[in-house]
Design a protein around this ligand. Structure first.
Ligand code: BG6
Length: 489
């Protein structure tokens, strides 16, 4: 049997994502000996660069994760020697043919596996896939394509993209990435649920009052306004990152941990969800603000954003899953840019303790202190459970305390970046954390009518100051369900 090689091509090599995430993740995998013995990395883009120039650019972004081992700079050198550059037009079969020749040289007759990472704008996805699949597919091994969102702007454009990709590829070759699925605490959701006895029995409408999925960033679009304005926060964060977390959170137990079994369960949950309506959302947009002598720009001050844009930079939404497990339980989502802090978290608020024994005897109102399970996805990864506890002493006083699993204390080793997990899985053919096309369809079906309506009716977003907690409308939305956002309490 011939030895395996893998050629990893980063298409769009001079872009931000490639520099900040993809090359560093590949190096981290190499550093930790996760990459196959025979691998090469190609950067592909239009600009004319030499191999050396590419190596120089990459080298400035590489860091030695984990402990600073002595051989780190040697490892960097070795890694960089396996990096090459190929300049080409995105739609040119001739240029991909030349790349193919370079692959063959490096593969040296071994079994050739090829991975293309499309770190490029969506309008050239199909051109690249056409060129690369026709002219640079592996002759004897696998050829896979990792694609980054946006996968369209709504159901129709997403189906059209899928249709076009499938003219050149089969579904098994397409790895649609959602980098939130590679985050440690998101991956841990299934372990928490299915490898512990104590949570799963409570995981339903019988015990859970509401679930909150919260994303916030403490910076605005800064330079990405051009891309962002075309999509907005609902498409940028909710329809993918938060919805994916929701699906993993709410799905039934899969038949096995096999990628297809897990994705089957996620699709079922998504297909049981109610289609969102205008009443179910609040949209916001940040405005300029001065704080401590420093001034922060409004979204529409970004030179790449059209004046008068109505694109939401904040949204809150209430979603429902119409199945036996979750009937009537609000899943509240909130996502925003230019807020007061950066974080992503899942909050599970449990129902009240029935009977209210402590209120009757001591007047302690536990209604405001229900149990809450909090999963802090980032930063400061942690899982904690709020419980009511007796304050030590002779009087009977209760307070709410946390049973706390703080990752930095329990697992001092640095957590790998999401892209490391996902790149490794793509190389190994593990599809569990990638989005299947039926999953994508189901996700768009929930959001598309709402997105259309927001645009057609030109719904004006509620303004909130840069660096604030977001528009008050989000509180009213939660209050409709008698819920308070956990991140504000
Ligand atoms: C991307 C969005 O998918 O996720 C960005 O397009 C956002 O707008 C980013 O900033 C957030 O990712 P992370 O991993 O930094 O939370």
């Amino acid at each position: 049997l011939a030895e395996n090689t893998v050629s990893i091509t980063v298409v769009g090599a001079s872009g931000d994502l490639a520099k900040k995430k993809i090359f560093p993740a590949l190096f981290a995998l190499y550093y930790e000996d996760y990459l196959p013995q025979h691998f090469t990395v190609f950067g592909y883009a239009r600009s004319k660069l030499t191999d050396e120039e590419l190596r120089h650019t990459i080298s400035t972004t590489l860091t030695c994760r984990v402990d600073k081992r002595e051989n780190c700079s040697d490892k960097m050198e070795q890694f960089l020697r396996r990096c090459f550059y190929h300049s080409g037009q995105y739609g040119s079969e001739v240029d991909f043919c030349e790349l193919d020749n370079k692959f063959k040289e490096k593969e040296d007759g071994k079994l050739a596996n090829r991975l293309f990472y499309l770190s490029i704008p969506p309008n050239i996805f199909v051109d690249v896939v056409r060129g690369a699949s026709r002219s640079a597919s592996s002759p004897n091994g696998w050829t896979r394509f990792i694609v980054e969102k946006p996968f369209g702007r709504d159901s129709e454009s997403s189906s059209e993209l899928t249709r076009c990709l499938k003219m050149y590829l089969i579904e098994e070759q397409i790895f649609r990435i959602d980098h939130y699925l590679g985050k440690e605490l998101v991956e841990n959701l299934s372990v928490l649920r299915f490898a512990n006895l104590v949570f799963e029995p409570l995981w339903s409408r019988n015990y859970i009052r509401n679930v909150q999925l919260i994303f916030s960033e403490d910076f605005g679009t800064e330079g990405r306004g051009g891309y962002f304005d075309h999509y907005g926060i609902i498409r940028d964060i909710m329809q993918n990152h938060l919805l994916q977390i929701l699906a993993l959170f709410a799905m039934e137990t899969p038949v096995s941990l096999d990628g297809e079994d897990i994705r089957n369960e996620k699709v079922k949950v998504l297909r049981s969800m109610r289609v969102l309506k205008l009443d179910d959302v609040v949209v916001g947009q940040y405005k300029g603000h001065t704080k401590g002598g420093k001034s922060f720009p409004a979204y529409t001050d970004d030179p790449t954003v059209p004046k008068g844009s109505l694109t939401p930079t904040f949204a809150a939404a209430s979603l429902f899953i119409d199945n036996a497990r979750w009937d009537g339980v609000p899943f509240l989502m909130k996502a925003g840019k230019a807020l007061h802090r950066r974080g992503a978290e899942i909050r599970v608020q449990f129902r009240h303790v029935p009977g209210n024994l402590y209120k009757r005897k001591f007047g302690t109102d536990l209604d405001k202190a229900t149990n809450e399970l909090v999963i802090l996805v980032q930063p400061n990864e942690a899982i904690y459970l709020k419980i009511n506890n007796k304050v030590p002493g002779l009087s009977m006083r209760l307070d709410s305390s946390n049973l706390n699993l703080l990752y930095s204390e329990r697992y001092p080793r640095e957590i790998p970046d999401a892209y490391e997990r996902l790149l490794l899985d793509a190389i190994e053919g593990e599809r569990r954390l990638f989005i299947r096309s039926d999953e994508l369809d189901a996700a768009w079906a929930i959001f598309s009518p709402l997105l259309r309506e927001l645009e057609e009716k030109k719904v004006v977003p509620e303004l909130y100051p840069y660096g604030s907690r977001g528009p008050v409308g989000a509180h009213y939305l939660a209050a409709k369900y008698n819920v308070r956002w956990g991140d504000l309490s």
